[in-house]
Design a protein around this ligand. Structure first.
Ligand SMILES: C[S@@+](CC[C@H](N)C(=O)[O-])C[C@H]1O[C@@H](n2cnc3c(N)ncnc32)[C@H](O)[C@@H]1O
Length: 257
């Protein structure tokens, strides 16, 4: 099953995986820090925040909650999957425009801040999308593209397990995005930010553990063999620290207009 198909069918395993990392919490913290230091936020001044591939809003909603008291906020949520329905349930902010569409099928509204977290990996022609993102920024606007660092614990785990989805496309994504930004003379900064994945559940094989293993294999848990599960547990043991934490790394590519 392709990653996209798996993701559409089994987004619940992604949500369990997310529950067992501090990755999103760290992302939100870093975004708030950047917004606070880069913009003079004023209650009577318009601020447009667009989240592309926002999922169910785990990252978007805390940022909205931060911005809504600091500026006259409008938010645009672009999310092609049914996760957008969960977003609507989870969020009570009313100045949101929802587009249940893919990024390349919408005109991104002019924005002060555009977030594109773990989305470009799904696109065939992300060079074109990057140009669109830049063109949609207001002057002095900022975009953040988040990708998985090739040395991230979850990538090392996939490589150890010999999974084909640890493909070259994933491994070279940050490098290719940076090259594309350089070729187009777009101002940018790269940061690599660590976070942790709790792997204890995978060893004890409780419901969360089964979902996490399923998420890593991109296969429903009951389709995995005992060998798959043992291989996973051995690999995760080898890569985790003594507290059963696997270090994940994300690349934050800030684009500055
Ligand atoms: C790994 S999730 C990331 C969710 C969220 N941005 C985060 O960082 O937690 C990827 C999201 O991108 C969405 N997505 C996939 N292809 C997309 C496309 N072409 N345009 C916009 N969003 C897309 C998926 O539906 C999913 O919600």
């Amino acid at each position: 099953m392709s990653y996209k198909k798996f993701y559409e069918k089994q987004s619940s395993t992604f949500q369990v995986y997310i529950k067992n990392t501090n990755q999103k919490e760290i992302l939100v913290k870093n975004i708030i820090k950047k917004l606070s230091s880069s913009f003079k936020l004023k209650k009577d001044q318009n601020f447009v925040f667009t989240d592309v591939g926002a999922g169910d809003g785990k990252v978007t909603i805390p940022i909205i909650n931060f911005l809504k008291n600091k500026a006259k906020l409008t938010c645009n949520v672009i999310e092609p999957s049914d996760l957008i329905d969960d977003f609507k349930k989870n969020c009570n902010f009313d100045k949101i425009n929802y587009s249940k569409k893919k990024i390349d099928d919408v005109k991104i509204p002019k924005s002060d801040f555009i977030l594109v977290s773990h989305v470009l990996v799904y696109l065939e022609n992300y060079q074109k999308t990057i140009k669109n993102i830049y063109a949609s920024l207001k002057d002095e606007g900022i975009a953040l593209i988040v990708t998985t660092n090739p040395k991230s614990g979850d990538v090392l785990l996939k490589i150890k397990l010999g999974r084909d989805f640890a493909s070259l496309k994933n491994l070279d994504l940050t490098k290719n995005i940076i090259n594309s930004l350089k070729n187009n003379n777009l101002k940018h900064q790269l940061e690599t930010i660590p976070s942790e994945i709790n792997t204890l559940e995978c060893i004890s094989l409780n419901e969360d553990g089964k979902a996490i293993i399923s998420f890593f294999y991109h296969k429903p848990f009951d389709e995995l063999t005992n060998k798959d599960i043992k291989d996973f547990q051995n690999a995760v043991n080898g890569l985790s620290n003594k507290d059963n934490k696997l270090t994940k790394k994300e690349d934050y590519i800030w684009i500055l207009k």
